[in-house]
Write a protein that binds this ligand. Structure first.
Ligand SMILES: Cc1cc2nc3c(=O)[nH]c(=O)nc-3n(C[C@H](O)[C@H](O)[C@H](O)COP(=O)(O)O)c2cc1C
Length: 412
């Protein structure tokens, strides 16, 4: 149990929204991520909101992720201190300002043009991890110029020609100073998202009249589209014909990419990539052990934000069993359903070193444009401090000794 005397930190800095006038002003209008989501729904073209917000099937996985996080209770201990704790964290040899980061996303510029660069810039400013998705809208080289200190890079399986493209991407990542390479394993099959189908998001992507009308009725989106141009798959351009347009690159993606990395393939990436290697999408403790055995440095416990198949467990429920199986031999991270600093605190208390969010950052972009991602980070840090301060935890280690009620914990 919790050693209350360990909680005294004389230099603990009290951080409140009032300290930062920009945050305070935004905080009055958007005091939680839920407000950003509501505003994004009103401001974005309908297809863009549906692409960002929808999950597999009838959104059952998204609801489960949220409900499972909401069900985790942290039991506070009082009587020691009134200060708010610092929330910085060490991960893979770097110190980040908070245990929160941006999850890799494909096509975020469909949600808000220029999304990748706004997300990267916000993370660099705040000193928290930014993960560029392979099918994001900018090249890894450009991301390295915007976010040199916090850049992680995610790959899907491109297995043709003995992984020629995948291994070339590893070289490019190394050459431009990517800190962490992330291999996503939880997309073994393609999925259909009903809300995307209903608004006409298909591949190849052909904007229809409804979409064009939606864009014209969304001035912030239109301005950003005029500034940044159509969404692109920057990373894959070098492997396609010189004049390939976005749909030809999309066809290339469908042809070249597919299936999840096998353990043998992960071992090959482990040989080639000398930096920290993370596997994303693990939900079973036995798979986590397999990662450790292959020399993987970190695991993201994730169900892809409920976007694959809606019958998967919520990662927060799978986390304790995975933490027990891994036993400190790899760093643990979590995503899927994170909407607040309290959710991050729950993940940390249950064994994660850091939590990522995807949709929350896109809602921020939809509501506030370029300023959105910073506001989401500020909100989460503020809420995290309150949560840790309330339960009396001043380091992630102390957070792990907080008493927890977790009715949904998975026992396999
Ligand atoms: C629009 C969108 C696109 C995504 N594309 C990718 C991707 O290309 N690669 C990947 O590993 N995960 C992808 N994800 C999943 C995220 O990395 C992350 O697992 C998920 O968003 C976390 O759940 P949350 O949205 O509830 O925070 C995507 C998520 C969203 C919302």
């Amino acid at each position: 149990m919790h050693d209350a005397t360990a909680l005294r930190r004389p230099n603990a800095k009290i951080y409140t929204p009032a300290e930062n006038p920009r945050f305070a002003a935004l905080h009055r209008r958007f005091p939680t991520v839920a407000y950003l989501r509501r505003h994004a729904r009103r401001k974005l073209p309908h297809f863009a909101f549906e692409y960002c917000d929808g999950g597999a099937g009838a959104d059952g996985g998204i609801a489960r992720n949220w409900n499972a996080l909401d069900a985790v209770e942290l039991v506070p201990r009082y009587g020691v201190t009134t200060a708010l704790p610092p929330v910085d964290v060490e991960l893979f040899g770097k110190r980040y300002s908070a245990p929160i980061g941006v999850a890799p996303m494909g096509g975020p510029s469909l949600v808000f043009p220029g999304a990748d660069q706004y997300l990267a810039a916000a993370c660099q400013r705040a000193n928290v991890p930014y993960t560029l998705g392979l099918v994001g809208g900018m090249t890894v080289e450009r991301a390295a110029a915007i976010a040199p200190d916090v850049l992680w890079f995610q790959l899907y399986r491109c297995s043709r020609n003995e992984h020629a493209i995948g291994f070339d991407l590893v070289k490019r990542a190394e050459a431009c100073g990517v800190h962490v390479l992330v291999l996503t394993v939880d997309v073994p099959v393609r999925t259909t998202r009903s809300r995307e189908v209903a608004v006409g998001i298909t591949s190849p992507f052909r904007p229809d009249l409804r979409m064009l009308a939606g864009i014209l009725a969304s001035p912030g989106y239109l301005r950003s589209l005029l500034r940044h141009g159509q969404p692109r798959f920057g990373n894959l351009k070098p492997y396609t014909a010189n004049d390939a347009d976005v749909n030809e690159v999309a066809a290339f993606v469908r042809r070249e990419m597919g299936g999840a990395f096998t353990w043998d393939e992960i071992a090959k990436y482990r040989e080639r990539w000398k930096g920290p290697l993370v596997v994303k999408g693990i939900l079973h403790p036995a798979d986590a052990e397999k990662c450790v055995a292959l020399g993987v440095d970190g695991i993201v416990v994730s169900n892809h934000g409920g976007r694959q198949v809606e019958g998967l467990p919520a990662p927060i429920d799978a986390l304790p069993a995975i933490a027990r199986a891994v036993g400190g031999r790899a760093r643990l991270m979590l995503d899927s359903g994170i909407r607040s600093g309290l959710d991050v605190a729950r993940a940390v208390a249950l064994g994660a070193d850091l939590a990522f969010a995807g949709k929350a950052f896109l809602w921020g972009l939809g509501a506030l444009g370029a300023e959105g991602p910073s506001h989401v980070i500020d909100l989460m840090i503020d809420e995290m401090k309150s949560a840790f301060g309330q339960v009396g935890a001043f380091t992630p280690g102390e957070a792990r000794s907080v008493a927890i009620r977790h009715p949904g914990a998975l026992h396999l």
